[in-house]
Design a protein around this ligand. Structure first.
Ligand SMILES: [Cu+2]
Length: 315
């Protein structure tokens, strides 16, 4: 009887092992590991004047993690093209009027520059800006979370080089396909919310404190300003000696020295949220240390548009 009992226990243990082992095997076939892109993790790097990034992304929420290893300030802007248009069309129809217009601005011939910009194709106004990072200083990393609809995009940076020529014309214009299939990423829980609009400017709804912050940016409305694009928001840390006027002037690409390397002294660009359409929102991260900060849009005369907000982080 004792032997029978022991045998029964052993047999039961043996049988109960079988389905368990089988179950584990089945599980490993059913749940293949997801790639970082499927999880919405998009790594972007710039060494000098280019974007190293996957050329196909998933739609839905995506974390853009942009590492600037170069010696100049850059940003990432995601342009969703109207149906049938690609980066090839931009190179032929959009870059030449911008190149010519900028050259004329630097020569002081504003009237001819306006004529050159007038040659921009009608479809240029149909590009939908889907966000991206704000300006980011050399040797820094920006992280922004954006929602991407499927379609053909250009990833671009239109900061200007030392000679005043656009980064877009020197490699920072890359076609990206965003497919129908969505990422698994859910939007993050923000620690702070800010609203941005053409009427009230940049309005911080909560106060910022030292440490890691996730800032939700609500685009209450959007407007094409005199520089042909809408407003965005950039987080910038500045030294006591820095002149905010020089920053405001630099944030206007229509100024011959605006948005052109070198960036003004005493400012460190820490990312932000690039252009989004009215009603859209995104997120960006910042690790705040004590000091002076400014949130500012890359628009002409940001101060006159209330698109500037200064604050201090105390120890
Ligand atoms: Cu750039």
């Amino acid at each position: 009887m004792k032997t029978y009992l022991i045998l029964s226990v052993l047999l039961f243990a043996f049988i109960s092992c079988i389905p368990k082992e089988k179950g584990n095997k089945t599980e490993s076939y059913q749940l293949p590991e997801k790639s970082p892109l499927e999880m919405g993790e998009v790594h972007i790097t710039t060494q000098s004047m280019e974007f190293f990034v996957a050329d196909t992304l998933y739609s839905g929420w995506n974390n853009l993690i942009y590492e600037n290893k170069s010696t100049e300030v850059h940003f990432v802007l995601m342009d969703l093209y109207p149906l049938g248009k690609t980066v090839a069309h931009t190179k032929v129809e959009v870059l030449p009027p911008f190149d010519e217009g900028m050259k004329l601005i630097m020569e002081g011939d504003i009237e001819s520059a306006v004529t050159a910009f007038g040659r921009l194709p009608e479809w240029f106004q149909q590009i939908k800006f889907m966000g991206g990072t704000g300006l980011i200083s050399p040797k820094h990393t920006a992280k922004s979370t954006v929602y991407l609809d499927p379609g053909v995009y250009a990833m671009e940076c239109y900061v200007k080089m030392f000679n005043g020529e656009w980064h877009t014309s020197h490699g920072m214009l890359k076609q990206i396909i965003v497919k129908e299939e969505k990422t698994d990423l859910q939007p993050p829980a923000p620690t702070v919310t800010l609203d941005i609009s053409s009427i009230d400017g940049i309005v911080l709804r909560d106060s910022l404190t030292v440490g890691k912050q996730i800032i939700r940016t609500n685009f209450v409305n959007q407007k094409i300003w005199e520089h042909f694009v809408g407003h965005d928001v950039n987080l910038v840390k500045y030294e006591n000696t820095a002149s905010l006027d020089s920053l405001i002037q630099w944030m206007n690409w229509m100024d011959p020295r605006g948005l052109r390397s070198p960036a003004p002294d005493g400012f460190t660009f820490l990312g932000g949220m690039n252009n989004l359409s009215a009603g859209q929102y995104g997120f960006f991260e910042a690790d705040l240390t004590p000091g002076n900060y400014v949130l500012i849009s890359e628009v002409p005369d940001a101060n006159e548009k209330k698109l500037i907000h200064t604050f201090t982080i105390n120890p």
